[in-house]
Every structure is written in structure tokens, then in C-alpha cells.
Design a protein around this ligand. Sequence first.
Ligand SMILES: *[C@@H]1O[C@H](CO)[C@@H](O)[C@H](O)[C@H]1NC(C)=O
Ligand SMILES: *[C@@H]1O[C@H](CO)[C@@H](O)[C@H](O)[C@H]1NC(C)=O
Ligand SMILES: [Cu+2]
Length: 202
Amino acid sequence: MKSILATLAAFAALVHPVAAHYQFSQLIVNNTVTDNMLYVRQNTNINSPVTDVTSVDLRCNVGGLASGATTSTATVVAGSTVGFHVGYGGNIGHPGPLLVYMAKAPSTAASFDGSGQVWFKIHQVGADFSSGSLAWPTSGLDQVTFSIPAAVPSGEYLLRVEHIALHGASTANGSQHYISCANIKVVGGGSGSPTPLVALPG
Ligand SMILES: *[C@@H]1O[C@H](CO)[C@@H](O)[C@H](O)[C@H]1NC(C)=O
Ligand SMILES: *[C@@H]1O[C@H](CO)[C@@H](O)[C@H](O)[C@H]1NC(C)=O
Ligand SMILES: [Cu+2]
């Protein structure tokens, strides 16, 4: 038993390698921070970012296209506030903008790989110059919240958060993309047709 615990402790140390990194592991829905990786697709690089912006990993992080079927789908009322929480005691430890996209699944969110020109942006937090110098409002936060637009049609979607850390962006491929996708089912939706639609990567 003791050796098993020691092994687990060593493994836990390994899987959270860099303290400054962060992982959006918890969906916030109905004012509740849900369990880690319950509605958020598990990725395999833990809290490390994607740096290759031409890779399909840019969609739902490394491993995030394969884990859809083992992830639950959260029912979300259109127009309500949802969000992503940074789990495991982390926070948004680097400067940069935050973006949130949705993509409607042809059938279920759990089986959708997010391919095609299907993504639309529903939220962003950019730079703030109001103090007279550059600030990033999401820096240091452990969660972000936003609303699912009331006009979004009912159905199943991928909900994707991306924080782009810019501290290393002065070198080629130096931006770090912290990405998570949740499986959601929108109910009580509207009759909007979201545009523009983009492909990721693309
Ligand atoms: C959120 O609340 C709605 C309306 O009460 C409910 O249908 C839905 O199942 C809830 N979602 C979660 C993930 O608890
Ligand atoms: C940046 O990433 C692209 C795409 O993976 C790659 O082709 C290119 O060689 C990389 N550049 C550097 C300087 O690493
Ligand atoms: Cu980091």
C-alpha cells in the first residue's frame, strides 16, 4: 500500500509539471463549478499549452478529439451564464487574450470532432489600455464566465475556451494556447444563424 501511494505521489508530481501553466478543467453551469473533466474533454498534455497553430490539437487540445465519447454532456439553457474554471489550484498565469467559441455538432457533441467551417466566437477578453498602459484583464483569474447567446439554436455543441499566452510570442511558434472543449446541449434556444463561421485550425 505504501509503495502504491508513493508511486501515485510521484505520478501526481509528474503530471503537474509546470506551476505557471493552467488547465480549464471545470465547466461552470447553473452557478456551479462542476467536477474536473466531467463535461470538459480530457487532454493528454495535462496543463501544457498547444504551440503548433497548424495542428488539429488547436481545436480541443492534445487528445481532446479522442476523449469526447468518455465526457458527459451538460444541458445548458440558452441565454444563461456559463464559464470555465481553472482546476487543480491554478490560475491564468500568463498575459494574453481569451476567446470562447462554439461549434454545432451534426449529431452529438460527444461524437463531434469539430472539423469543418463550423466555429463561431461568442466571447472575448482582449487587452485593456484604460490605465494608460497595457493590461490583460484575465491575468491571475481562476475562472471566466460569459453567456450562451439566447439566439443560439437548440442542439448539441462543442464549447471551446482558448487563452493565448503571449509572454513567449516574440519568437516563432512562441505563443501558448491553453485550450479546453466542453460537450454541451443547448435547450430553449433561438433561431439565430451565427456568423462568421471559421475552421480550426484555419
Ligand atoms: C441547468 O439547469 C437546467 C434548468 O433547470 C437543467 O435543465 C440542466 O440540467 C442543468 N444543467 C446542469 C449541468 O446541471
Ligand atoms: C513553427 O511551426 C510550424 C508549423 O508546425 C513549422 O513548420 C515551423 O518550422 C515552426 N517554426 C519554428 C521556428 O519552429
Ligand atoms: Cu506556463
